[in-house]
Design a protein around this ligand. Sequence first.
Ligand code: 3HC
Length: 344
Amino acid sequence: MDGDTLLDQVERAERALVDASRRSVRTDGDRPDTQERTVQDDFDAIIAAEQKIEPRDWMPDAYRRTLIRQIAQHAHSEIIGMQPEGNWISRAPSLKRKAILLAKVQDEAGHGLYLYAAAETLGIGRDELVAMLLEGRQKYSSIFNYPTLTWADIGAIGWLVDGAAIVNQVPLCRCSYGPYARAMIRICKEESFHQRQGFEILFTLSHGTPGQRDMAQDAVNRWWYPSLAMFGPPDADSTHSEQSMAWGIKRFGNDDLRQRFVDMCVPQAEVLGLTLPDDGLRWDADRDRYAFTPPDFDELARVIRGDGPCNRQRLAHRRRAQDEGAWVREAAAAHAAKRSGGTP
Ligand code: 3HC
C-alpha cells in the first residue's frame, strides 16, 4: 500500500466502488429465523460487507449527523480555501502561472459544489449549510486562517496543503457513504494535479536566484506546521475518530495520516533542495518511519476556536461575497421559476 502512488490508491478505490455497486449484500447474516431483522441490522451488514450506504437507505441519526458535519466542513474548506490563493491571481509572475492558478482556484469551487451536493443527499439544504458557516456554527479547515505573504506561498500551499489534503482524502474515496466516496474520487484526481503544480513552483524557485530560493524556504518554514496540524488533534484527543472509523467514514486515525504525510514529504523536500523546519526530524529505523516534532496542538485549538491570524478576515470576506451575490441568486431563482411556469 505504501509503495503505491496516491493516484494508484484512488484508482483502486474507484474500481472497488464499481465492484461494490455490482455486488448485492446479504443482509440475513446467521440470524435465527425466529428473530426479526431491524433496519439497524441491515445497516450494520452493509457496513460490514464494505458496501456503500446510499441516500435511500436507512441510517442511524448519528451517522447522518457525522457525515453532514464532516462533508459540510470539507465543502466550506474548499470555498474558504479559495481566498488565500485568490489573493495572488492578479499578482502571479507570468501569464502561464496566472492561468494555472485561476484553473486551480476554480477547481476548488467545483470541489465545494460536489461536496455541498453530497451533503444535500443527506437531507439538508445548501442554504442552511452556508448559513451555519457564516454564523460560525460549522467549521472549515484551520489551514485557511494563515496568510499568503509571497508568491512562494502559492507553491507551499500546493505542495504541502494540497499534499496533506490528498493524504487525508484518498482514504475517503473508500468512505462507506456512496455520494461522498464518489465525490472524493474526482476531487483527489484534481488535488493530485494541484500538489504537482505547487511542487513545480517551489522547484523553480529553489533552483532560481538566491532571493527566490530564500523565499521558497521561508514559505516552507511557515506552512509546514500548519499543514501537519490540518490532520486534526492527536488520536487520543480526537472526538470522532473511533466512531467514524467503526462506521467506515474515516479509514485511518489523524496521527497515522500525519505520519504518512511526513514520510511522503521528506524525500520530496530533498528533491526540492529545501529543509523542513524540524530539528527533531530523523529516520527511525526501528519504526521504519520518520520521527518528527508534532505541531503545536494548542495553536490548532486556538485557530479552530476562531483565533487564528486570518479567521475574522476570511469569514468577513465570505459574508460580503454572500451579500453581494444575493441578486444573482434571486435572478437565477426568478429565471428558473419563469421556465417552469411558476412564481419565484
Ligand atoms: N480544522 C478545523 N477543525 C478541525 C481540524 C482542522 N484542521 N481538525 C479537527 N477539527 C475539529 C473537528 O471538526 C472536530 O470538531 P467538532 O467536534 O466541533 O465537530 C474536532 O476538531 C475534533 O477533531 P476530530 O479528530 O474528532 O474530528 P474528525 O474526526 O472530523 O477529523 C478531519 C477531522 C481529519 C479534518 C476530518 O473531519 C476529515 O477528514 N475531513 C474531511 C477532509 C477535510 O475537511 N479537509 C479539510 C481541508 S480541505 C482542503 O484542504 C481543500 C484543498 O483544496 C486544499
